[in-house]
Design a protein around this ligand. Sequence first.
Ligand code: RAT
Ligand code: ZN
Length: 414
Amino acid sequence: MRAERHSTLSQIVHEVVNLTPVFDIHTHLFDPAFGPLVSWGIDELLTYHYLIAESFRTVSDTPDFFWKLDQKGQADWIWKQLFTERSPISEACRGVITSLHLLGINPRQRDLSSIRKHFASWTAETFTDRVLQVAKVRKVCMTNLPFDDQERPYWERGFQRHPAFVAALRLDPLLLEWDRTAPQLYSWGYDVRADLSGKTMDEVRRFLADWTLKMDSQYCMASLPPDWRFPENSATNRLLQEAVLPFGREYNQAFAMMIGVRRGVNPALRMAGDSLAPADVPSVEALCSAYPQNKFLCTMLARENQHALCVAARKFSNLHIFGCWWFLNNPSLIEESMRMRIELLGLGVTPQHSDCRVMDQLGYKWNHSRPILAKVLAEKYGDLEDAGWHPSRPEIEKDVHALLGGELERFIGR
Ligand code: RAT
Ligand code: ZN
């Protein structure tokens, strides 16, 4: 009887998790209106930086030869190294296979040129709509960089926005490379100074407000190195405290922190050369405590930080934690962290985001994460049932909606 009840409940949970549309709160995807900046198709999938890093595990050469190839040549080489000379068993490799499968492309022949032909009939627009439908993603948050010379002109000109794509204002250059960013802001008409004196902070706030309105940004964000500390006297913290946080309070914009990346640990791998280290959770707690009127989102890259970060979120209602980021986006670690977060935080968390860079990846990332969420939730609802609480389907639907982006929308007030 108990086993039967659990299996019906588990079936309902799996169904609901599979059907609930997701708000994917952090990606590097672009609205199709960004034309050439939109990344999709098999060559982009194969040259994803996760796969570049893995492909160099298979050879002892330095990567120089690889960077001289055009993208098709790079994709051919990665396909050979990771898909034909050995089985594509890693999570990122499996992702390529799942992405193809979800698009109805059978990769069994192991023939890259015939796979390429399947993509020829799509445009960025039709492909985007197809992927959103297959992945059951209702809303995608981009990562938008006004400092980027390719991206900025689209915002300045304006464009017809796709209803599923929303923006997030990325601030890494502002917070981490002020020396280089100050002249750029100055040349755009903001009266800022390299030494942060004079009207600098007012002008940075004006810049943030202008771009938030231009993009209709949902929140602003930065990725911070593991050695970021708060409080501490640094240009990063001054800009944060005197510009970003006052702006956030005035415009009701949460500040998202992605902490723990060590950029360029192996520069020869270029974008694939970043690594990680444990970050400092007490700094996040100190920030949340010092600025109770600000809202903070946070994810950390190191597995070692996940427990303390959950505890921090229990202490500060202005802190919302999210995602299994990058090196944590693997089934074993996703399961561990989802279980821990739900046990410690209930539904007040966004357990996953995709971090997709290539449109096709939306299918695989959610296809791989949903069953894990369903497994963990089925277990938790089963335990609840044993304790005498019988969750109804509408209640489960409401909970899953919260976990798949709804709670984040509530938290940021959008
Ligand atoms: O996961 C990634 O693709 C990384 O390259 C980073 O972009 C990271 O997600 C970030 O937003 O900094
Ligand atoms: Zn990212």
